[in-house]
Design a protein around this ligand. Sequence first.
Ligand SMILES: *Cc1c(COP(=O)(O)O)cnc(C)c1O
Length: 238
Amino acid sequence: MIYDNLTQLLDTIAQTAINCGRDPQEITLVAVSKGVGADQIRQAIDSGQTIFGENYLQEAAEKILHFPQKISWHFIGHLQTNKARLAAELFDIVETVDRLKVAQALDKQAKSLKKKLSILVQVNTGKEKQKSGVFPEEAEQLIRQIAQTTDLRLTGLMTIPPYFADPENSRPYFKALKTLAERLAEQSLFADNNQVALSMGMSGDYQVAIEEGATIIRVGTALFGARTARGDGPIPLS
Ligand SMILES: *Cc1c(COP(=O)(O)O)cnc(C)c1O
């Protein structure tokens, strides 16, 4: 089942990209495996998937040890400063940096691990109270402060728009993230200003996100099936 889901997903990603004039290679699929067992992750790996996303550090720590080094892990959950060590150790990219304190804690841990840690800044494009992420108008200031760190590599921005049943409604939030990234890139605030990562789009709206320039999509349900309550946080099951 996972093999079939993955095949179909990759096919839809490629078709969507081609239909809007993009190269499918520009789009990285992060398989979101929160609440998903190691056996299912193994099936996805055996089907060719190499990049996974996890939301909870403890859960991730237990699973990541099962898998070979060549698998890449993105942290996509809410991060507290006192967990920065574990996050810097386990993950290749932390997608959810939204405050200076978290960035500084990750920087310190990356330095002691002798690792350059890639990060994205999470932007709360919908300005929802219950969601993490820096507000769009505060992103530049945060990013200018992050630029003072030494062992982080700021590769782009990430967003989770408000939930809508109709994915079309996510479009303005994806556009807003892209516009913000372009403005910040003009000021050379990213590690590579010609290639800024935009992590946006989940099972329900990844096609719209690709049309709006996503370079990373984070997909769980469409790959692994509906999750049980655990592992969902505020994101509703589709
Ligand atoms: C759970 C989660 C996803 C995946 O959501 P699906 O709707 O299952 O594809 C993507 N991004 C984040 C930040 C998540 O927490």
